[in-house]
Design a protein around this ligand. Structure first.
Ligand code: ARG
Length: 470
């Protein structure tokens, strides 16, 4: 966003909004310190929408004349065009987006422009703008999470029977299929969508009408304004309406969880593509090389996603801290809500966009996954379960298998590579049918219940997920 130099053309009577009360102009340093125009200009379209709805309500209630409304509509229409074309000249001296637009309107249409602010304050105006902005942002975020989920489903579908080691403590634990692993992220993102949708309900309430803090003495019709702006209802307490930003905090918390999920996925992608794992390759367009080590292909994008989760968490803490000691009602502190909020939205949108695409370019090395599962005695639990099903108490079976693993490890073999005679040293309950149990396929196929890793269950989970997305 362009920053506005302090030497921009001075505005005549820059502080007319309140200057009658003041004996000297605001100092230049204070002007720069208190201005928000460098960042809140991105609310311009929402500010105009809110003003149009407000003006129509004022005219419907005969608080302003029909001629005033017509002039306001024409003027705001022109301003909207100027903003969209990048021709609007933002002035630091006019502090924020609201005063910049109001001043321009007055320049364009005269007295009618001065009537727009009847029964309104910047306090309820800014709260309305931020809510309109955030509502649109949430809708875009949900769309992009869906796009990422679709990409995950395609990847999972291609790998419902690709066996890999499942890990606990980053140690090989039990075999799973790669599609199952990917579907775990689908579930996380599904909850993220639900959290975003739920947050949207609380974002989608109208503050306008609260005015500065106490409401207004004009015969306003808040429901009419709410309807025009697509709000589900009005904020029910004027003090609360202008002062709380819990809806933004809640959004940032939901955003932090999205980023946390994507950060975990990033960490896994980074591990999986390291030559020590060699499970996947990312498409070249998502990687970078090293200026000194020619062999390197670095996972910069996942690393940045992991890193950016830190900044989004930081924004959440910033907003919580911003809010915690504010007395009712509006305080200028709240102007500080915007940069963290905007950056959270930007970071999420970019991250989701890039990940939806990155997922489609993942190449999976099935052999490497399979070998890793073989190396780690991933079917040891299956052997214990086999013994237990034949009557041995589970704790004893656990010990017998531990001995068998130790034995196999000495000769560097997998359990399935031991002979029947070797296996029977550990229990005479073991028969020839054990080999079906000790294979990776036998292991994953046996986990055949809702939520399990059997390929049939993973396919069913993918089908359910597609229905949920549709
Ligand atoms: N720029 C201000 C903000 O972002 C607008 C509201 C200003 N209200 C006031 N009473 N100073 O919060």
């Amino acid at each position: 966003m362009a920053t506005i130099p302090n030497n921009s053309e001075p505005v005549e009577n820059a502080n007319t909004t309140w200057s009658g009360r003041f004996e000297e102009p605001v100092s230049e340093l204070v002007q720069r310190y208190t201005a928000s125009i460098n960042f809140d200009q991105r609310l311009a379209e929402y500010d105009i929408q809110g003003s149009l709805a407000h003006a129509r309500m004022l005219a419907a209630g005969s608080i302003i004349g029909a001629d005033d409304l017509a002039a306001i509509e024409a003027g705001l229409g022109q301003i909207l065009n100027e903003v969209r074309r990048g021709q609007f000249v933002w002035k630091l001296e006019l502090e924020d987006v609201h005063l910049n637009i109001e001043k321009r309107l007055t320049t364009l249409i005269g007295d009618a422009g001065k009537r727009l602010h009847t029964a309104r304050s910047r306090n309820d105006q800014v709260a309305t703008d931020v809510r309109l902005y955030l509502r649109a942002a949430i809708d875009s975020i949900i769309d992009l999470i869906h796009a990422l989920q679709r990409a995950l489903l395609d990847l999972a579908e291609a790998h419902v029977d690709t066996v890999m080691p499942g890990f606990t403590h980053l140690q090989v634990a039990q075999p799973v299929v790669f599609g199952h692993h990917i579907m775990a992220y689908f579930e996380m993102l599904k909850r993220d969508v639900q959290r975003m949708s739920d947050c949207r309900k609380r974002v989608n309430k109208l503050p306008l009408g609260a005015a500065a803090l106490a409401g207004t003495s004009y015969p306003i019709n808040r429901e009419m304004v709410a309807r025009q702006l697509g709000f589900d209802g009005v904020c029910e307490n004027s003090l609360d309406a202008v002062s709380d930003r819990d809806f933004a905090i809640e959004f940032c918390a939901a955003a932090a969880l999205v980023m946390t999920h994507l950060s975990r996925l990033s960490e896994e992608l980074i591990l999986w593509m390291s030559p020590s794992f060699g499970f996947i390759e990312l498409a070249d367009r998502f990687c970078t090389g090293s200026s000194i080590m020619p062999q390197k292909k670095n996972p910069d994008v996942p690393e940045l996603v992991r890193g950016k989760s830190g900044r989004v968490n930081g924004h959440l803490v910033a907003l919580l801290t911003l809010m915690k000691a504010q007395p009712l009602a509006y305080n200028k502190d709240n102007q500080e809500d915007k940069e963290p909020l905007f950056d959270t939205v930007d970071t999420l949108l970019d991250t989701l966009r890039i990940y939806a695409e990155l997922m489609t370019g993942i190449r999976v090395n099935r052999e490497a996954m399979r070998e890793a599962a073989m190396r780690g005695y991933a079917t040891a639990t299956d052997l214990a379960d086999y013994l237990t099903k034949k009557g041995m108490p589970f704790r004893e079976a656990h010990e017998a298998v531990a001995q068998a693993v130790r034995f196999a490890n000495k000769s560097g073999r997998d359990l399935s590579a031991l002979t029947l005679a070797e296996l029977r040293q550990f229990s005479s309950l073991i028969d020839g049918d054990i080999f079906a149990v000790l294979t990776l396929e036998g292991s994953v196929n046996s986990r055949d219940h809702v939520g399990g890793t059997a390929p049939a269950q993973v396919s069913a989970a993918i089908a359910n997920a597609r229905t949920w997305l549709a």
